[in-house]
Design a protein around this ligand. Structure first.
Ligand code: 3HC
Length: 693
């Protein structure tokens, strides 16, 4: 097999080219190829220097992430990078596309870096639960300073070539022919008679670091990195960079990298990396399915949801019509949108000009006839089937042929909605999550008759508006809400059993959820949850099912919006309410629900395993395409921490046999209704397999 790394010469400059599509990842053949190309450079008497460049769309985009689950094979990257740096002939990296992770580390082991003006460079390892483990934590502080290096590694955000140039990470920007620019740079350097500079020999500048720099840094990032393992490891590597000689600090980096690589966090985050790419692949919809152009969108319903949905399109320059039934509702809707834009403008995160442009793209209307020109119409009215049917009847009458008619329903049957039109093949569910202008998840619900074109166009549209589109099929609650119901059900049951609501939430929060189930219920609105339960035709025949929601709604306690729900509210602060605990006790007595001791471990098991089991049923029924799609739903729409990888990945990590054994324990206590393992779960557990192998 030919090597993905080739060696040639232009005059006295060797051209070492990496060609390993699609992103030139540093798989074993690339590392081996680099080692042999640089050995050839050393022995090539006619070569005075080298340019390291890549074929295809990008410079090396990092280590090969698929290799982290396997034993490391020599030559290991740090060894290859030391070989590059130790070349006594000057080596210039020529960067285009994205030099990321091990790719940037490779570039930093070269003596100099030139970059196309459109290039980006960064160390995004943290998003994979890793730290830059091929000397990146040591080289970046030497090149751009401690603070900037930490910021880049902790956020994982890439720098543009221009910024990298300003900071000293890139030595020269090249307009036009990158290879020619890099060769010219090398030639100039050789002509200058200087000795190549090794990044390892640059001293880390600590002159402006206050004594408490690292302590303050840790404090500043504590909130956004809560629970994640890798950020602290990165800080420790940079502490080593400022206090130890290069080789000793590299040994620290090496040790901490291995800790990250073998951590459950990194396994989970790597799983999500692939899951987020896999989710776009739909087995029965060919990749080359024709897409319908989406140049004009309409949203029916100008409430908080409709307004948020409209903003998504305006934000990417697509004009949107916002349809309401009264001028008053329309004015209110437009003013909510305006306020949503004004927030970031006040904080300096959005320019007034950008806001004005977005606002000018949103046109209010009261007339269905105006929707005739829309390529995509999204209904976002009240979550009641009867109202949705009326709206779709109107849309069917006015919309042009080929327009996509979408419903933002969060639970209702898309097929039933489609059936009241003469074009069910053009009807689809587009389930946005609140706040719709912020949350990254979009559940795309295909009906039984939805055409491939409409599915493919909806998936592409999700990407256009920067959402993670996950295709699901019709069932009550689809994937996200259907799995969220058992989670809330168990939280509710535990409240009846005498477990304080705030303790359940604290345990869920400590496990990593952005918010516990009771806080989320209050935020979503207990009235909304109660209404959903009442619309649910197959609601479990269990008088204790979400009973406290019913009781509290009956008292007018709808959650945050009424200042009281499961909690009392002081502003937005949730305060435990003894009255709720007393009410729960009385209800428990009435319903014969025993008061029991519940451990923290049991709280997590009941919240998570009930969800995992529902996920297995969903897979059994073909509602989701693959387990990892479910994980994407929960990490993008329900505040599940990426370091858990989603509920199904968590099940895989705990071990499905362990999940089933715990379920059997609860089945003995509560009966078959909720705790019978789904056939898929039971089968995989018995075979010692995982949802995602
Ligand atoms: N390893 C293995 N496969 C990779 C990969 C990598 N580093 N980067 C991308 N791929 C695969 C993707 O899974 C995808 O495969 P598919 O077509 O089968 O789904 C294919 O390459 C194309 O990737 P994208 O769809 O993401 O292509 P884009 O053009 O949208 O994005 C990119 C390109 C910006 C390079 C993006 O792929 C990316 O961010 N890659 C990961 C970069 C990264 O995290 N690097 C650090 C790796 S860890 C490391 O280097 C450790 C070191 O410190 C030791």
């Amino acid at each position: 097999m030919s090597s993905p790394v080739s060696y040639s010469r232009e005059g006295r400059i060797a051209i070492i080219t990496v060609d390993n599509p699609p992103v030139n990842a540093l798989a074993l053949p690339v590392r081996a190829g680099l080692a042999s190309a640089f050995a050839q450079l050393a022995s090539d008497a006619d070569a005075a220097g080298a340019v390291l460049i890549c074929a295809g769309r990008t410079f090396i985009a990092g280590a090969d992430i698929t290799e982290f689950d396997k034993p490391i094979e020599e030559p290991w990257l740090p060894k290859v990078l030391a070989q590059i740096e130790n070349s006594n002939k000057v080596v210039v990296a020529a960067i285009h596309g994205t030099a990321l992770g091990g790719g940037l580390e490779t570039a930093m082991s070269c003596h100099y870096r030139v970059a196309a003006t459109t290039a980006q460079v960064g160390l995004p390892e943290v998003s994979l639960g890793l730290l830059p483990g091929a000397t990146g934590t040591q080289r970046l502080p030497r090149l751009i300073g401690v603070q900037a290096a930490l910021d880049a590694m902790i956020s994982g955000r890439p720098l543009s070539a221009k910024v990298a140039h300003q900071k000293g990470l890139v030595d020269e920007l090249v307009e036009g022919d990158l290879k020619a620019g890099a060769v010219a740079f090398a030639e100039r350097f050789i002509a200058s008679g200087q000795t190549p500079r090794k990044v390892r020999d640059i001293a880390v500048d600590t002159s402006s670091l206050p004594a408490d720099f690292f302590a303050t840094y840790r404090k500043n990032i504590a909130r956004e990195t809560r629970g994640f393992y890798a950020p602290e490891q990165i800080i420790q590597c940079v502490e080593a960079a400022v206090s130890l000689p290069f080789d000793e600090a590299v040994a620290v980096e090496n040790r901490l990298f291995m800790g990250c690589m073998t951590s459950s966090h990194s396994r989970a985050q790597r799983h999500l990396f692939f899951a987020e790419r896999e989710v776009a692949k739909i087995p029965d919809v060919p990749k080359d399915t024709a897409l319908r152009p989406i140049k004009q969108v309409a949203v029916v319903g100008g409430g908080t949801m409709g307004g948020g949905i409209a903003m998504n399109f305006a934000n990417v320059g697509i004009p949107v019509l916002l349809k309401e039934i009264s001028q008053e509702a329309l004015d209110r809707g437009m003013s909510i949108i305006r306020a949503n834009y004004e927030g970031p403008v006040k904080k300096g995160k959005l320019s007034q000009e950008a806001m004005d442009k977005c606002m000018s793209l949103i046109t209010p209307t009261l007339d269905y006839k105006d929707l005739a020109s829309a390529d995509l119409v999204i209904e976002a009215v009240f979550e009641t089937m009867a109202i949705k049917k009326v709206v779709f009847g109107e849309l069917d009458a006015v919309c042009k042929p080929g327009a996509i008619l979408a419903s933002n329903t969060s639970t209702l049957n898309v097929d039933e909605i489609a059936a009241c039109t003469k074009r069910p093949e053009d009807v689809i569910g587009l389930h946005f999550f609140a706040p719709a202008n912020v949350m990254s998840l979009l559940e795309i619900v295909r009906g039984g008759k939805t055409s491939h074109e409409v599915i493919a166009t909806s998936m592409a549209m999700a990407k256009t508006i920067r959402k993670m589109g996950v295709l699901v099929r019709v069932c009550f609650g689809f994937v996200g809400n259907r799995m969220f119901f058992p989670y809330v059900r168990e939280a509710q049951r535990m409240i009846l059993e005498g477990v304080p609501a705030e303790r359940i939430d604290r345990v869920a929060f400590e496990w990593g959820m952005a918010m516990g189930p009771n806080g989320v219920s209050d935020l979503s609105g207990l009235d909304v949850l109660d209404k959903v339960n009442k619309e649910w035709k197959e609601k479990p025949a269990d008088p204790a099912y979400c009973r406290m929601i019913e009781v509290l709604v009956g008292m007018g306690r709808y959650g945050q919006k009424t200042g009281a729900g499961i909690y009392k509210y002081e502003g937005r602060n949730a305060v435990p309410d003894a009255e709720v605990a007393a009410l729960a006790k009385a209800e428990a007595t009435r319903l014969n629900v025993p008061q029991i001791e519940v451990s923290d471990e049991e709280i997590i098991e009941r919240l998570l395993y009930s969800m995992i089991n529902e996920g297995a049923l969903i897979l059994d029924e073909g509602i989701a395409t693959r387990a990892s799609d479910i994980d994407v739903v929960f990490c993008h729409g329900y505040g599940m921490p990426r370091y858990r990888g989603g509920p199904m990945k968590y099940g895989d990590e705990v071990g499905l046999a362990t999940v089933v054994a715990a379920m059997e324990k609860y089945r003995k206590r509560y009966g078959d209704l909720y705790w019978t393992p789904a056939p898929l779960l039971a089968k995989l557990a018995a075979a010692g397999q995982k949802f995602t192998p």
